[in-house]
Design a protein around this ligand. Sequence first.
Ligand code: FAD
Length: 469
Amino acid sequence: MRKLRGTEPTVFERRAPSADAVDHALAGAAHQVFWLDGLTRPAHPELIDQHAADLVIVGAGYTGLWTAIRAKERDPGRRVIILEAGQVGWAASGRNGGFCEASLTHGEENGRSRWPEEYDRLERLGRENLAGIVATVERYAMDVELERTGTLSVATEDHQIAWLAEEAGFLDGPATRELVDSPTFLAGSWDRDDTVLVHPGKLVLELARVATDLGVQIFEQSRVEVVDEGPVVRTARGEVHADHVVLATNVFPSLLRRNRLQTVPVYDYVLVTEPLSTEQKAAIGWQGRQGLADLANHFHYYRLTADDRILFGGYDAVYHWGGRVRSAYEDRPETYVKLAGHLLTTFPQLEGLLISHRWAGAIDTCSRFCAFYGTARQGRVAYAAGFTGLGVGASRFAADVMLDHLAGAPTERTELAMVRERPLPFPPEPLASLGIRLTDWSMHRADRRQGRRNLLLKGLDAVGMGFDS
Ligand SMILES: Cc1cc2nc3c(=O)[nH]c(=O)nc-3n(C[C@H](O)[C@H](O)[C@H](O)COP(=O)(O)OP(=O)(O)OC[C@H]3O[C@@H](n4cnc5c(N)ncnc54)[C@H](O)[C@@H]3O)c2cc1C
């Protein structure tokens, strides 16, 4: 067990399972995204030759697809084209945890500390946005396995109990373990209303289905190389002349130079188990099927799938020198071993459990932990990025902000300080790597020192800058 000076080991280190148990669990795990495994996806053509549109959207993840749907809902006659470099939903939108949260600010603490005056409004807008997502799913009969389970936050260290004690849904240890039985749970708080769970892969493909039903044209394998004056959006083999452009490119290099240092890619890792047997389910409870999250700086998120597998992700947040997005970064054996060990520590009743899938994805981390927005080219190009691991719900709000911006008249959304302000950029290399490593080390240390933050973390808190996944 690695011990930092002046620190105590975490519960995952104190109660680590044997190396053999971890190896056994991981032995047959395919390096494949569970959510996309076996889904039928309609093919979309590549963009070739010249086209014209009222609105061109770059990127076919949640942000791009919600923008297309919201644009068509506002004005059904609008000609909308989406250009996607790979396939619809192959990136973060097809491989996330499926926690669809009301929060637009990466949680209340982050939002309230940055925008105390408008936080109540942000909370209301976030809840309206979540209700809008649920209503859309119902309106278009989208098969996305939506479950209104809420989230159960759990304390796994003594010092974390106080962090939950003030919350309305506070549960002591026995009451928490009554809901989900883990010996690591010391307290909990169940927020029933502000999170729904979805099947991320089905959500992104269903959004594409609805968009095409509304008349949106989607082109795949059509990487946009440049947005020229006009605006004209160019790929290797085609171009679109448009009135307006939306950039929904998330963690990938921004087509606008001004945004290149606004986000860094941080790799997040996920495991999915084989379906639990009836006996295994009985051993852990979890009848309410809540989304779970523990509370350390390096936290885990976990949930059940429709066929009762456990998805278990998070903890390591890995940045690579140079800030590139590369598939080679997605296989990181030491992280999968760590995650599998933490899963078995959480549910020792499940020893012998097998993991079927392992994968990773890049998170578009920005220094304020929630999306930023803006326009370029005399207001004809709009962008949103920087969801920092909480974009399943917030991407729909971002779509509305971008359409408001392109429409040109101020709205409640565009007047928000959260929308008008830009986050501090990350420094270029080598400072980015150095700063992120030091911050990550400090966060590990805080998790082992009853949550106490060192001078670096306090300094970053004071200037409103941080690093998270
Ligand atoms: C492992 C993991 C777990 C997560 N868990 C959660 C969770 O539980 N809850 C939550 O709220 N959020 C979660 N997130 C974050 C969430 O998935 C993202 O915030 C969200 O999917 C962002 O959607 P997007 O459309 O902006 O980006 P993406 O899904 O990344 O889509 C962007 C698209 O743009 C395309 N593109 C980029 N550049 C170009 C170009 N030049 N030309 C054409 N196309 C281009 C890409 O190919 C890509 O398809 C998680 C992320 C990861 C990686």
